[in-house]
Design a protein around this ligand. Structure first.
Ligand SMILES: [Zn+2]
Length: 395
């Protein structure tokens, strides 16, 4: 049990409290939030004080690839399809021990940046193992690949084995989900099989969607670098005559709560399709900028009532895990940025009843930053304290 006092406490669901405090009980649940004199100090409670800082809900990173932490600044390819190919080669050259260490570093880097919940996509399972070992919170989506429709069964069998192995690690803090990677790496039958499986089992689903121009060209026209690469492997490519979003929403692959990552190449019709499907969106503004994909229409997505969170994507694209920088890149600051990085991120993951704000009964997931972080982005190293489920994990 501990009590944290701060110059400002930002519950997010209530106005900021000057000289406030939060009490977290032995179960790691928030027991009191309020002006400092009104928050009880039970006997034996551990007290921490940050008079010059702001106490906020732990940040929610809605898109990471923690198993790739060791590959930061290792991919010099510029053009996106070549970058993806180079990334695959770098992954193929990584041992399972390296993935394990890399994911563990990724978890610790996230905590050091004030992040208490990650929505992570990976193919090795190492991020889920690291989160379980270290006591982190998040959703890990096991990726499935297979652009050749004739090999759908093999991809599903591989996914089944991975999920059977990893499901033992799921807990109240750690969910296991699945992720059909992207339209240029997943065939239509595989998308359908994954969506059916997720529906049957009630598993969360995440997918990269509408990220690059090359992806739109591939889906709509059956042309461009992704199509050329598949045809070179003898895999048939079908022009769909519609956008990637329309392709997957119309086939029932994007369902209520499906986390659609990126959503840069979308028009107003796509936004409405996503909204009607009940999708959630993870935006990665700095990754999109780094790859030259453009900018997702945040205002239109929000106007359509979509649940939108921000993610840092992999450090191979972006270089660090600063969500404050993502908020700034999305044009958000102050209370708007804080809300997006906490409660809105939690809503995008369907976790808003457990995390995302400082309220009695919610999980004790907290972060303490110098107050300036709410005005201008600060480096991840500025984080003073990070707490997950009532346990100090950084600071
Ligand atoms: Zn990604």
């Amino acid at each position: 049990m501990f009590r944290i006092r701060a110059g400002f406490v930002h519950p997010v669901t209530a106005p900021p409290i000057e000289d406030g405090a939060v009490l977290v009980d032995d179960r790691g649940i928030i027991a009191a939030v309020g002006p400092q004199p009104l928050v009880p100090t039970p006997p034996g409670v551990r007290e921490l004080a940050f008079p010059e800082a702001s106490l906020v809900p732990g940040l929610v990173n809605t898109h990471t690839h923690l198993e790739l932490t060791h590959l930061a600044s290792r991919n010099a390819e510029r053009e996106f399809p070549s970058w993806i190919r180079a990334l695959r080669a770098l992954k193929d050259a990584t041992t399972s021990e390296e993935f394990s260490r890399s994911a563990e570093r990724g978890v610790r880097d996230a905590w050091a940046a004030g992040v208490t919940c990650v929505a992570d996509a990976g193919s090795t399972g190492a991020p889920l193992e690291a989160l379980a070992r270290l006591g982190g919170r998040g959703i890990y989506y096991q990726e499935v690949f297979g652009p050749d429709p004739t090999k759908c069964g093999a991809s599903m069998a591989e996914l089944g084995q991975a999920v059977a192995r990893l499901s033992r690690l799921a807990s109240s803090h750690l969910r296991l989900g699945i992720s059909p990677h992207a339209p240029y790496t997943v065939s239509e039958p595989l998308y359908r099989a994954v969506a059916d499986l997720a529906r049957r089992e009630g598993w969360p689903v995440a997918m990269h969607l509408a990220e690059s121009h090359a992806e739109t060209e591939f889906v709509r026209d059956g042309a461009g670098p992704f199509a050329d690469a598949l045809r070179a492997r003898g895999i048939a490519v079908t022009p769909r005559g519609c956008s990637p979003v329309a392709f997957l929403v119309q086939r029932g692959v994007v369902q209520r709560g499906t986390l659609c990552i990126h959503c840069v190449q979308v028009d107003q019709d796509d936004v409405e399709l996503l909204s009607r499907a009940g999708a959630s969106i993870a935006l990665c503004p700095r990754s999109n900028r780094a790859h030259g994909h453009g900018t997702a229409p945040l205002a239109a997505l929000r106007r359509a009532g979509l649940r939108v969170g921000l993610g840092t994507d992999s450090v191979v694209s972006v270089g660090d895990s600063s969500l404050w920088d993502e908020a700034a890149a999305a044009g958000l600051e102050g209370a708007d940025a804080l809300r997006m990085l906490t409660l809105e991120g939690a809503r995008a993951l369907g976790l808003e009843n457990q995390i995302g704000s400082l309220e009695v009964g919610k999980q004790g997931d907290l972060a303490v930053f110098p107050s300036a972080a709410l005005v201008r982005p600060l480096p991840p190293s500025a984080t003073l304290l990070t707490v997950v489920a009532g346990r100090v994990v950084h600071g």
